[in-house]
Design a protein around this ligand. Structure first.
Ligand code: ARG
Length: 413
């Protein structure tokens, strides 16, 4: 029998897929569980996969790689989709695609499979990632192909002798990894409805958060977080610690109407306590270390980068180009940022950089001013040169009219 590697979460969809791929498609199924953190199914992955008839279940702990090579580079680049979504799911998919292809090669498999539906972005990220890395692998997406209802899946498994006690389905569709949790469907599909308390799992509401704030100091080196409160920590430890602490203070809730690549607008509830806190801190450090031209261009490229990640183009030369630019921008982004976590917000209240562009002597209104105020006069003369010439030639003759355009109500009176 030909072999296939399935991206296996341990949930009902992919457990059904194991059975279906062997019965209907004639594959020996290797169930590959990729641990990117926070999955509730983790403890039962092996037993469920074997019960469903997998040839074997392999678990890869990809948490450290995920944060180090996917989440933190996206953080340093400031990649946030539509100014709202820190891209947790989108960042994990290319890593999963890579591991699926690697394991397929190790196991001598001719096909890979994933549990994505035909309505989302994840199918795009998997399919493009896999086909980029190995165009010869066949891709099967059982859920996209058969779209079986939940009770039918349970019945299908049972018919084939797989009786697993499935908990009643929660009202939402959830995806989780260390960079964030996404929650969609159910009552959330009504964009007018406030998300009910049970849509959130990682964060307290602002009302229930502690009344006393917490202060943390995050140290960055070349754009990467390396320590909290002076304690050197691994990327994974930093992320876990901040998910817990910032979550406790209600930080990281995002309610977003999102534009999927496949054209659908969808209502997404995200919780990303660590990502939201780190993004705010990192941005604050850049404001100390980059010039305004650097900040401006980087913001534009960040946007492009977020689109690229969201739209599944991780394994591309365009990505390599952007990474090279981003790495260069981070050379001097080293320093410490103090963040106050309180009742739903992460507010930067202090920042200090190793090679800061902030010069107190230049900024001060107190004694010790090193800025030459008289030099401002010459600067303004030159800076306003074109504006003055233009005013004389073009603007002043038509001023009455342009005032009318600018202030029609004034003129009407
Ligand atoms: N809308 C987000 C994205 O496209 C989250 C998707 C969550 N995926 C899921 N299978 N529930 O990245």
């Amino acid at each position: 029998m030909p072999k296939l590697v399935l991206a296996y979460s341990g949930g009902l969809d992919t457990t059904t897929a194991i059975k279906w791929l062997s019965i209907e498609k004639g594959y020996e199924v290797i169930a590959l569980n990729i641990d990117v953190g926070m999955s509730r199914e983790q403890p039962v992955v092996e037993s469920r996969g074997m019960a469903a008839g997998a040839l074997k279940v392999r678990v890869i702990d990809a948490r450290e790689d995920f944060i180090r090579y996917f989440a933190f580079p996206a953080l340093a680049a400031g990649a946030v989709y539509q100014d709202a979504y820190p891209l947790a799911t989108a960042l994990a998919r290319p890593l999963m695609a890579k591991l699926l292809v690697d394991v397929a090669h190790e196991e001598g498999a001719t096909a890979v499979a994933h549990g994505c539906t035909g309505k989302g972005n994840d199918q795009v990220r998997f399919d493009i990632g896999i086909k980029t890395l190995d165009p010869g692998l066949e891709i099967i997406a059982p859920t996209r192909e058969y779209a079986m209802a939940r009770d039918y899946q349970i019945e299908y498994l049972s018919q084939h002798g797989v009786d697993i006690p499935w908990a009643a389905k929660g009202p939402y569709s959830i995806d989780e990894n260390l960079w964030g949790r996404s929650c969609e469907a159910g009552v959330l599909e009504d964009p007018w409805q406030e998300p009910p308390p049970d849509a959130y799992e990682w964060t307290r509401s602002a009302e229930d958060a502690p009344s006393a704030p917490a202060y943390i100091e995050v140290r960055f080196e070349q754009g990467m977080p390396v320590a909290i409160d002076g304690e050197g920590l691994s990327p994974l430890e930093i992320t876990e610690r901040l998910n817990t602490l910032a979550g406790l203070h209600g930080v990281g809730r995002i309610d977003h109407i999102e534009d999927r690549l496949v054209g659908i607008k969808s209502r997404e509830i995200y919780e990303s306590p660590a990502a939201v806190t780190l993004l705010a801190a990192h941005k604050a450090l850049e404001s100390m270390t980059l010039t305004k031209q650097q900040l401006r261009l980087k913001r534009d490229i960040s946007r492009e980068y977020a689109e690229l990640i969201y739209n599944g183009l991780w394994f591309s030369a365009h990505h390599q180009d952007i990474v090279a630019y981003m790495a260069s921008t981070q050379r001097f982004v080293s320093g410490t940022v103090r963040v106050k976590l309180h009742r739903g917000s992460a507010t930067v209240v202090g920042r200090r950089a190793d090679t800061s562009l902030y010069d107190r002597g230049l900024a001060t209104y107190d004694r010790g001013d090193t800025y030459d105020q008289n030099a401002a006069v010459g600067f303004i003369t030159i800076w306003g040169l074109q504006s003055r010439v233009q005013a004389r030639q073009q603007v002043l003759p038509g001023l009455r009219e342009s005032l009318k355009i600018a202030m029609p109500r004034e003129e009407e009176r």
